[in-house]
Design a protein around this ligand. Structure first.
Ligand code: 3HC
Ligand code: NAI
Length: 706
């Protein structure tokens, strides 16, 4: 047989004296069962065909192979396994060459490592990102990579999950050659022909010698183990990766493969893997808001930013980094100079860390202009407003935008809480007004809430999602309400933390319990970092409209009244001595809390860390359920993406709604009903949660495409 039917996901044909094997499994050539079968069949065909003197494997479309098919995880295994496929390729008696373009990730790189010769063209992305999915390279990657490039480089690749380009791969020894052009097929064919002319023999990575220096390998493993133990923060797979590399150093290849397989299956079965794969898929699903299907985005070639404070400057940097020209508007020359200085400070920080050159900074700033006149925004395709959080100020800004902006310009607000319907209603073109809620620091934080007011047109929503992609942000569609998805939930679970604090838990214990759950910081550390004055101003603004029957813990106000705003004032919930960023517990704060408990007539009692976590999470999940029930979030997965990308929720727990499913909704509802007995106003079970429990369903049942 010389060729397979064209519809198969792996197609092979004889090209002269070569068997050309093409993997064609859109969208990313993932290694599903049919691909695995096709690859084995292709190798068998090469062995059986005397006319085929070598095999060349390429990928169709934009990538070589992006890895195992993550949709198969958790399902019954189907033969052949990916390690079998790699072993079969490596064992082939004729030279197997791969030509890589686009992604060669995870199992895709493992296929390449099992082949005998590797070429990559410009734009190739090679990596072993399994760790990001709670896994380890499980198709020989932990055994072949160190043999090929040494333990240290292999560990760095596998523990970071980072992609490297073709030049880095060549330097590292991961590929043998870089193509002259980006025509991967032509380059692959030419390389294969050259190898045949040179009578290149089969060369198996299992026999490669980069681990020959045992002392260097042992040192790299010891260093990686110590570093990983410190940094892996609850993750299972990183230390197992180190174990596997140690096996590569100390055991024969076949035994090393067995160690890898056992560790891989442990990871595959773990809830962490399920949560991280959910996180990966949810992020992609969240990008498919209904308007992205029903409408075409408007073209965006230039941007304006109004306000050059913390957020305006960060947003300007994000826009500049995406290659857009940016015009910043401020109230006066001094504020504009400050705004520009904020932008420059970000780039100077990167220069100091050697992550940007002076030349690159100059190129970016050449696209940056400032003005105190709104007329400078006449040509902008999108304008993002980031002025003070004050309805009157924002409405005045939008009136100006209405006056100067060209028809069809997208007019966005970065408001945290204000009613965007009201902002839109004040101008003649409400169909162009949308919320683009960035998170601080705006050039770093991935989350972008796309807040959709009632009268906005669908193509403006589609444009917002398109812009998010250009900015490399993770967009989530949110409806208009006080705080949208993230800040609305934050207000509730922070209130739960304050209740716990007044009832007897110290802020330090709460922070510790929340950190142990996997958050990088506890809620009081976050307040100290962001500045307690921000929340204080919001609380004062809302004091008049607050439900007088709702429980209100005054402890944070007592700290703010003393000017203790956190890190920037060296005191907050913690003390920050000598400019240190790690705070120390403060006995004076404990005394203030005691006095407040007394004033509020609370008799404090002790909480275990587990009790703290149960209340904190129950408050978060219950409000999440309300947010879905009110259609502020489309699905539970949109909440998960929001909390993981903007609020430090550990990805290996998959976001609060995924976490809720793992805890079990009946148990959660039982907890909330118990807490309700003490504070029925705060702990009102969400109707959606009650409904799901009655139907015996989970939040994941609501995660359908929209
Ligand atoms: N399996 C199944 N589907 C995958 C996939 C995979 N490994 N990787 C991506 N996809 C799907 C996405 O879910 C998305 O589907 P959709 O269109 O239905 O939403 C589609 O492919 C396109 O993905 P992106 O939107 O991410 O496309 P980009 O062009 O932005 O990025 C990519 C392409 C760089 C390949 C990126 O998708 C990616 O990083 N993929 C994951 C790579 C990975 O983690 N591989 C390791 C898998 S684990 C493994 O190999 C185990 C082995 O060691 C045994
Ligand atoms: P900021 O106080 O640092 O900056 C506001 C800037 O707006 C100031 O530089 C001020 O001079 C300028 N400004 C005020 N009125 C103006 C006008 N009429 N025309 C032009 N410029 C004007 O405030 P920050 O923190 O940047 O917040 C801005 C907006 O972003 C607010 O709506 C806030 O709620 C929102 N936001 C803030 C986040 C944060 O963490 N700070 C996070 C997400 C949103």
């Amino acid at each position: 047989m010389t060729s397979t039917p064209a519809a198969a996901p792996v197609f092979h044909e004889l090209r002269g004296n070569l068997l050309l094997v093409t993997v064609d499994n859109p969208p990313v050539n993932a290694l599903g069962v049919e691909v695995r079968r096709g690859l084995v069949a292709a190798i068998e065909a090469a062995e059986a065909n005397a006319a085929a003197r070598a095999v060349l494997i390429v990928g169709a479309g934009r990538n070589f192979i992006a890895g195992a098919d993550i949709r198969e995880f958790g399902k019954p295994p189907q033969m052949p396994t990916l390690p079998d496929v790699c072993n079969r390729i490596e064992a082939c008696s004729k030279p197997v060459i791969v030509a890589i373009h686009g992604a060669a990730l995870g199992g895709g790189l493992e296929i390449a490592l099992a082949a005998h010769y590797r070429l990559a063209v410009a734009g190739a992305k090679l990596g072993l990102p399994e760790v990001l999915l709670g896994l380890l390279p499980g198709a020989g990657g932990t055994q072949r990579t160190p043999r090929l490039i040494g333990a240290e480089a292999a560990l760095s690749l596998m523990l970071s999950g980072k992609h490297i380009g073709e030049q880095g791969a060549l330097k590292m020894g991961l590929v043998d050659r870089i193509g002259q052009s980006d025509d991967v097929l032509a380059e692959g064919l030419a390389y294969a022909q050259q190898l045949l002319v040179e009578h290149a023999s089969v060369r198996r990575t299992r026999d490669a010698q980069a681990l020959a220096d045992k002392d260097a390998g042992t040192a790299a493993i010891a260093a990686a183990r110590a570093d990983t133990a410190k940094k892996s923060r609850g993750l299972l797979s990183p230390l197992k990766i180190v174990d596997c590399v140690e096996a590569a150093l100390t055991l024969p290849f076949e035994e090393g493969l067995r160690v890898e397989r056992a560790r891989f299956l442990e990871c595959l079965d773990s809830p962490q893997r399920a949560a991280l794969v959910h996180a990966f898929q949810a992020e992609r699903e969240a990008q498919k808001a209904p308007e992205t299907r029903s409408a075409q985005p408007r073209p965006i070639a230039s941007a304006g930013v109004v306000g050059g404070g913390t957020m305006g400057a960060g947003i300007a940097v994000a826009l500049l980094d995406a290659g857009l020209p940016v015009t910043m508007i401020e109230r006066d020359d001094a504020s504009l100079a400050r705004g520009r200085a904020h932008v420059e400070k970000v780039y100077d920080g990167l220069i100091a860390k050697r992550r940007l050159t002076e030349d690159a900074k100059a190129k970016k700033l050449a696209r940056f202009a400032g003005s105190t006149s709104y007329d400078a925004l006449a040509d902008a395709d999108v304008v993002i407003e980031a002025v003070f959080e004050d309805m009157a100020v924002k409405q005045a800004v939008f009136a100006e935008l209405d006056r100067v902006c060209k028809p069809g310009a997208v007019l966005a607000t970065n408001t945290s809480y204000l009613d965007i319907d009201a902002i839109a209603a004040g101008i003649a073109r409400p169909q162009d007004v949308i919320g683009l809620h960035f998170f601080s620091p705006a050039h770093i934080m991935k989350l972008l809430e796309v807040v959709v007011p009632a009268r906005v047109s669908a193509d403006v929503v589609a444009t917002a999602f398109d812009l998010a992609k250009k900015l490399r942000k993770v967009p989530v569609r949110a409806g208009v309400c006080d705080g949208f998805i993230g800040n609305r939930m934050l207000a509730v679970y922070r209130a739960a933390a304050d209740h716990l604090m007044e009832d007897g838990a110290s802020p330090y214990q709460i922070d510790k319990a929340v950190r142990e759950l996997g958050f990088p910081m506890g809620p009081y550390q976050v307040i100290d970092l962001a500045g307690g004055d921000i929340g204080w101003a919001t609380r004062k603004r809302r004091a008049a409209t607050r439900d007088p029957n709702a429980r209100y813990v005054q402890i944070p106000d007592r700290l703010c009244e003393r000017g203790w705003f956190g890190q920037k004032t060296a005191r907050g919930f913690y003390r920050y001595e000598d400019g240190q960023r790690a705070g120390k517990p403060d006995p004076e704060v404990d005394a203030i809390i005691d006095a407040e408990r007394e004033r509020a007539g609370v008799t404090p009692h002790a909480f275990t860390d587990e009790q703290i976590v149960r209340r904190y999470m129950a408050a978060m999940i219950n409000e999440g359920a309300n947010v879905i029930h009110e259609r502020i979030a489309l699905r539970p997965l949109d909440i998960d993406v929001t909390l993981m990308n903007g609020f430090g929720f550990p990805a290996w727990r998959g976001g609060p709604m995924h976490y809720a499913d793992t805890v079990g909704l009946p148990a959660l509802l039982a907890d909330i009903r118990e807490f309700e007995k003490q504070d029925p106003l705060f702990w009102k079970p969400s109707p959606l949660l009650v409904e799901l429990v009655e139907r015996g369903e989970s939040f994941s049942s609501l995660n359908r495409a929209v």
